[in-house]
Ligand binder design. Structure first.
Ligand code: KIV
Ligand code: NA
Length: 265
């Protein structure tokens, strides 16, 4: 199997082949999604919500991100693996950012890191890139700064915010980022960004005219059911399937149907 690299992703943008990306946080799920042929696996700090049950992505720690990332790395043969640097581990100063990026790369074996924000974190981005660590940017709705905005509504609808986002995207490209995630912004703005930079732009709630799409695995599988934004297409109803299996098992245990003779020694 030929591994996906930053180079492969760049070529996909040039060819106009859309890039597929999903999150994964553990060995078993990462193995399945990698074998299915996904291009990029994001060990997102959405693990804070999906794995740990926190309301936001803020509480997850470096150690916890490295635990999830290591498990994913052990499972994956083909996909390119990106790991979110958690809140509070790169915004303070650029040497802290570099230290965090290096810890993730060394301790998990992942291939790159993702950070949220534009001009505010430029120094950190540059410093991480200077160590040879590929960086993916993330603009638009940036969940680590949710308390600054107060809501999860669509971002950059106003011209000033849209202009800043476009400038930030160009800045991230100039610094040397290999790709940018755009979350929950108008499709027309996302299209403009994708046309204005030469690196791949991956959208989530950013419309069709970007270079690829990303979703949170548990949301697209219908394991989480509370979270249903317009941009989420649900590809399975695993909550119903799992509930059925669990109920059947419980009933089989209670009725002594399980285990039967062939299931016993
Ligand atoms: O943590 C995450 O899952 C993400 C994606 C939504 C892009 O950052
Ligand atoms: Na994230």
């Amino acid at each position: 199997i030929k591994r996906i690299t930053t180079h492969t992703l760049q070529e996909m943008k040039l060819r106009g082949e859309k890039i597929s990306m999903l999150t994964a946080y553990d060995y078993s799920m990462a193995k399945i999604v990698d074998a299915a042929g996904i291009d990029i696996i994001l060990v997102g700090d959405s693990a804070s919500n999906v794995m740990a049950g926190h309301e936001t992505t803020l509480p997850i720690t470096m150690d916890q991100m490295i635990y999830h990332a290591s498990a994913v790395v052990r499972a994956v043969k083909r996909a390119f693996i990106v790991v979110d640097i958690p809140f509070g581990s790169y915004q303070g100063n650029s040497s802290e950012a570099l230290r965090s990026a290096i810890r993730i790369m060394k301790e998990s074996g992942a291939h790159s890191v993702k950070v949220e924000g534009g001009s505010e974190i430029k120094e950190s981005v540059v410093r991480i890139l200077s160590a040879g660590v590929p960086v993916m940017g993330h603009l638009g709705l940036t969940p680590q700064s949710i308390y600054k905005f107060g809501t999860y509504t669509v971002r950059a609808k106003e011209e000033a915010e849209a202009n800043k986002l476009l400038e930030d995207a160009k800045m991230l490209e100039e610094c040397g980022c290999f790709a940018i995630v755009l979350e929950k912004i108008p499709a027309s703005l996302a299209k403009k960004v994708a046309e204005s930079v030469s690196i791949p732009v991956i959208g989530i709630g950013a419309g069709p005219d970007v270079d690829g799409q990303v979703l949170v695995m548990h949301d697209m599988l219908g394991i989480t059911q509370e979270f249903k934004p317009r941009f989420l297409r649900q590809y399975a109803d695993l909550q119903t399937i799992m509930t059925g299996a669990f109920k059947q098992y419980i009933s089989d245990v209670k009725s002594r149907d399980f285990p039967n003779e062939s299931e016993s020694y």
